[in-house]
Design a protein around this ligand. Sequence first.
Ligand code: PEP
Ligand code: MN
Length: 344
Amino acid sequence: MVVIMNADAPERQVEEVIGKLNGYGFDVHRSTGVRQTVLGAIGVKPDFDIRHIKVLEGVSDVYRVTTPYKFASRTWKKENTVIDVDGLSVGGDELIIMAGPCSIESEEQIEVSAAVVAATGAQVLRGGAYKPRSSPYAFQGLGVPGLKMIREAADRHGLKVITEVMEINQIEIVATYADILQIGARNMQNFSMLRELGKVDKPIFLKRGLSSTFEEWIMSAEYIIANGNPNVMFCERGIRTFETYTRNTLDLSAVPVIKQKSHLPIIVDPSHGVGIRDKVAPLARAGVAVGADGLMIEIHPDPPTAKSDGPQSLYFNQFREMMQELRMIAQIVGRTLPEPALVA
Ligand code: PEP
Ligand code: MN
């Protein structure tokens, strides 16, 4: 931690700050410049609240030089983490495409979606059986019958399954049917659930909270890892800003920042990130170009009648076209994407 004293801070204040730092267990290195005194506080205290020092008399600024997270950090593990999802590697050279409807609505709807997802070369089928909806009157998901539908459709087409778990008491049943457990934006800081996810033997897909900083997001991953589950991937899904023309603001800076700070994979979700169908493909291309390990895309056989998120869901033909474009960009950035089936 670095403490910068005010230019006019009297010696008494400097000594008081040093005393406090020592009291908290830090060794202090003092450097007295012509105008200002700078204190270097040495000591590994990841949970120390720097405001204890910021509020002291004569202190101008305080900076943390170490991160409050450990297992999720690039400092702790230099090489990229590659997560094994039942034989599929997430975070390696292969670009991972997770696609499907926002909600599982019927056996037929998820079956036709799975067929298209598989035919384009995408690897993971998405679809929610438990839906976090802003309105209690909106479709809440099919629950367990939905989980069965998505598992069966995925198995028929050789796909993996990702689906959302909203509550602690759903973890067990969702883990029975899914290959990856999705934690929605609204649950990113549900700390009691994060702790439970640490005990699960399935990879976790951690969406960024609507107004979460990168540090808060990484700390949530740290919760899961510290509780025993090292297989966490991030998902940038857009944040709340003052903008009203789009549903959210897709923060693509998340990709290089997370890649620098953490060794865990990161997936981009342009569907929720922008919320408007015709903007999804351009942002998906940008996501691949900026170095994401994969994408999450909402598609629907008939978006205008979708029970949730229809306006941001791609028509099947738009999805096929987007996959072709992604293939070209993937090649440029050194990623591979499985070839599409001959009959899509
Ligand atoms: C979803 O993936 O359908 C979803 C509800 O996502 P988010 O938590 O990002 O809103
Ligand atoms: Mn959705």
